[in-house]
Design a protein around this ligand. Structure first.
Ligand code: GDP
Length: 201
């Protein structure tokens, strides 16, 4: 994988603010602080495309990015949508309802949404919020790729068995769960390969 360019497109709250729906899109979802911003930066080979925040739950918007990349001699432009993180402890009921509304509307409107990357913490495993988000995506027939991040925190011998445990805990086939580390850049090519492989299917 070669990243040719990555750029911020727009921030949106409502459909009228979404960018046009011309290119294949991938959305990223996960609880706050799971490492979503770091993952998008690692995947796009940029240090600060997405701000890595230490204030969990601050992003309450959809942020769109475009990435030009080359794989096996072919050029692709992929649009990424960074969905707001969920599950931060201080969220009020109203915050949660607003999050749900934002996500449902987005999922209903995006016709070029090819896959949703559901990010979980490899060490912590799926939280109840992670599991209900997965259920929700499956109920809406969205193609899911689970990326287990912060895998660097597990010693190497623990990684494969941990992925098997995670696949059982989520009741998903092992093939759709990929290990990742933003700090050690593990899984970048594999995640892109899996994502591009799903396009148009
Ligand atoms: P977000 O809230 O989901 O966007 O999470 P961030 O990307 O802001 O990361 C949350 C915290 O986890 C930060 O302190 C990051 O430095 C740390 N972090 C993110 N990815 C990794 C990773 O792959 N490995 C390790 N060890 N730490 C990570």
């Amino acid at each position: 994988i070669k990243i040719l360019d990555a750029r911020f497109v727009v921030t949106a709250v409502e459909p009228k603010g979404y960018p046009t729906d011309h290119s294949a899109e991938v959305a990223f979802v996960g609880r706050s602080n799971v490492g979503k911003s770091s993952m998008i930066n690692a995947l796009t080979n940029r240090k600060k495309l997405v701000r890595v925040s230490n204030t969990p739950g601050r992003t309450r918007t959809l942020n769109f990015f475009d990435v030009d990349l080359e794989r096996n001699g072919q050029r692709h432009t992929v649009r990424l949508c960074d969905l707001p993180g969920y599950g931060f402890a201080k969220a009020s009921k109203a915050d949660k309802a607003q999050w749900e509304e934002m996500i449902t509307t987005y999922l209903e409107k995006r016709h070029r949404l090819e896959a949703v990357v559901s990010i979980i913490d490899a060490e912590v495993g799926p939280t109840p919020d992670d599991l209900s988000t997965l259920d929700y995506l499956q109920a809406h027939n969205r193609r899911i790729l689970v990326v287990a991040t912060k895998i660097d925190r597990l010693n190497k011998a623990r990684r494969k068995p941990r992925l098997v445990e995670l696949s059982k805990a989520m009741d998903l086939p092992l093939e759709v769960i990929l290990p990742f580390s933003s700090t050690e850049r593990i899984g970048v090519d594999e995640v892109w390969g899996a994502l591009l492989g799903t396009f148009g299917k």
